[in-house]
Design a protein around this ligand. Structure first.
Ligand SMILES: [Zn+2]
Ligand SMILES: [Zn+2]
Length: 592
């Protein structure tokens, strides 16, 4: 089941068709100097520029350009635009897999690795990094809206460097961990929802624990003075552990080391560290060192916190909300909270949810005056029948599809001789725009199947074009073919078989206008409408020929058993002179 859960049955969608993509630089904190990209399904395709010749292969290795000693010519920088489903293996740092377009540049000192992901995927992977302490679905939903709002507000934050977001706390931390069911459910339940203030996207900052008092944004970022990012008491995070109380002791030697590492020059033999001023929320604004040479030295609370934590770890001075005491060569800190304290307090949000508050109440508590607005105004509802679930914004109007779907499914199952082993979801869109925006499919693709869900254009449109039955029949055959097909059975075969079976076997006699390889490439990567249609027609004709020659039972058995070598040879997929391969072995690529 897992092998095709992510597979777009109709054809892979070029990323530019998604309405909202974001470009994320990964490995920003520790850019690797070398990296290998390996294909994990099919091939990799790459170019050195948008208009350059495309190359194909199983893997690609990229290294940072060597730094050039003075007087030598400038090191050559490379760029690769890569597509395919791949695994990234940096020489150090985590490896991960992704089906999303990748761009790698190789300046000296470390690679710039940028992935273009759909906004909703971005939100889920940010939540994987930023929502570790959440247990409660409503808190997770609040977090999903906050992460999405942040993305909407700050898209292009790194535009000068050629991407939208880095993957560190500077923007939002982004983990390529597998998304947990809870995170996915929260993101899907709030899909398209984000916060706005007076009709404009809101800056939805969030923090780990505000310690009982939120901070104004201007305490951390002088240029941001949003009224909804204001100081208020937080009774929720303090009910658990008093708003995260912490204590830290630092010796003068440690403090000197931290400040020097951060490029500051603390006075020699200073005697005490004192709080010089506090912000309105009570957080330390400025500190001073006194009693040394020179006699006083000032620094801001945040530069002190960052300096200490960079050297000794982020659990030392966890926030700027603290008191301190000098005690013979040491400074003792006792504080509350973690992080900057601006916006949503994650500990408080979790507690609000535990007390039964829903995510919109959590959001309006932490971002007072904002509204949750949705880019998808309608709500989806579910109706169920014997073998189908209908997902629709107008279930009364759309449930007429049940008897049609039940009949077509029975016919198709009888024809192939096996059954779809799960409940099928039929998702019916209310407008062509919603269908296009959500599925990423162009308007001329009447339906597409992803996992167990068949996604359909508005039924009234399909009926008025008299293509409802044929469209649904096609997608049901797709599910049947995918149920049996192994991940290695080629796309042209699966698509051609589906087309043949769903077209009641009527195929015109003209020979296929494309080779198997050409069809495969187009189905995999998408193309113009005209070429897609040629590729579909060719796939259908090629499979029709095979059915005529070998019979239905044998050809259907190839779905799970693989195409025999002599068939592949006769199609030119492997040349007649190629060394013999086992019948079940799928050649991965046409040998050179
Ligand atoms: Zn950033
Ligand atoms: Zn709080």
């Amino acid at each position: 089941m897992k092998t095709w859960a992510l597979f777009l049955v109709s054809f892979a969608v070029p990323s530019s068709l998604f309405a909202q993509d974001v470009q994320v630089r990964v490995y920003s904190a520790h850019p690797p100097t070398s990296l290998t990209v390996e294909a994990i399904e099919g091939h990799l395709h790459w170019k050195s520029c948008p208009t350059c010749q495309e190359q194909t292969g199983e893997s690609l290795s990229v290294e940072s350009a060597k730094a050039n000693p003075a007087g030598t010519p400038k090191a050559e920088q490379q760029e690769f635009l890569i597509s395919g489903t791949y695994r990234l293996r940096p020489e150090n740092g985590p490896s991960f897999s992704s089906p999303y377009p990748l761009r790698i540049q190789s300046p000296p000192g470390g690679l710039i690795v940028v992935i273009t992901v759909p906004l909703e995927q971005y939100v889920q992977h940010v939540m994987m990094a930023e929502s570790g302490n959440f247990q409660n679905p409503e808190a997770l939903k609040a977090m999903a809206v906050a992460a999405r709002s942040y993305a909407n507000k700050f898209t292009g934050q790194h535009a000068k460097e050629g991407f939208d977001f880095c993957d560190t706390t500077h923007c939002q931390v982004f983990y390529w961990r597998n998304v947990t069911p809870g995170v996915r459910a929260a993101a899907e339940a709030t899909r398209g929802e984000s916060l706005s203030y007076q009709g404009k996207p809101a800056a939805a900052f969030y923090n780990q624990n505000c310690g009982g008092t939120t901070a104004a944004a201007s305490e951390t970022w002088a240029e941001i003075s949003e009224p909804y990012l204001s100081i208020h008491q937080d009774p929720f995070c303090v009910t658990i552990g008093g708003g995260l109380k912490w204590e830290t002791a630092l010796t003068h030697v440690q403090i000197n080391k931290a400040l020097r590492t951060a490029g500051m020059q603390p006075p020699e033999d200073w005697q005490s560290l004192d709080i010089a001023s506090r912000n309105s929320s009570g957080r330390v604004r400025a500190l001073k060192l006194s009693g040394g040479k020179p006699p006083t030295f000032s620094l801001t609370g945040s530069s002190f916190r960052f300096a200490v934590n960079r050297v000794f770890g982020w659990n030392h001075v966890r926030s700027d909300l603290y008191d301190l005491r000098n005690a013979g060569g040491k400074v003792l800190f006792s504080g509350r909270g973690a992080g900057h304290g601006v916006g949503l307090c994650q500990a408080g949000a979790e507690e609000m949810a535990r007390q039964g508050k829903i995510y919109k109440e959590i959001l309006s508590f932490y971002y007072p005056g904002t509204q949750v607005t949705s880019s998808e105004k309608e709500t989806w509802q579910k109706r169920s029948d014997e073998r189908f679930d209908l997902i629709s914004t107008n279930p009364d109007g759309d449930s007429g599809i049940f008897p049609v779907a039940e009949r077509l499914l029975r016919e198709a199952e009888d024809n192939v001789g096996w059954r779809v082993p799960f409940r099928i979801r039929l998702q019916v869109f209310s407008t062509l725009d919603n269908y296009r925006n959500t599925t990423g499919q162009p308007g001329w693709v009447a339906a597409s199947t992803r996992g167990q869900t068949i996604r359909l254009q508005p039924l009234a449109d399909l009926r008025s074009r008299s293509i409802l039955d044929s469209t649904l029949r096609h997608e049901l055959y797709h599910l049947l073919v995918e149920t049996r097909g192994t991940r290695n059975s080629p796309l042209w075969f699966r698509e051609g078989l589906t087309l043949f079976l769903s077209s009641s076997g009527v195929v015109d006699a003209a020979p296929a206008s494309m080779t198997v390889d050409q069809v495969e490439q187009i189905l995999k990567h998408g193309d113009t409408r005209e070429n897609m249609q040629k590729a579909y027609a060719s796939a259908q004709r090629i499979v029709a020929g095979l059915l005529q020659q070998h019979g239905k039972q044998e050809v259907l058995a190839w779905l799970s058993g693989g195409l025999p070598a002599d068939v592949l040879r006769s199609l030119g997929v492997i040349p007649a002179t190629a060394p013999h391969r086992g019948a079940n072995e799928q050649p991965r690529e046409k040998p050179e």
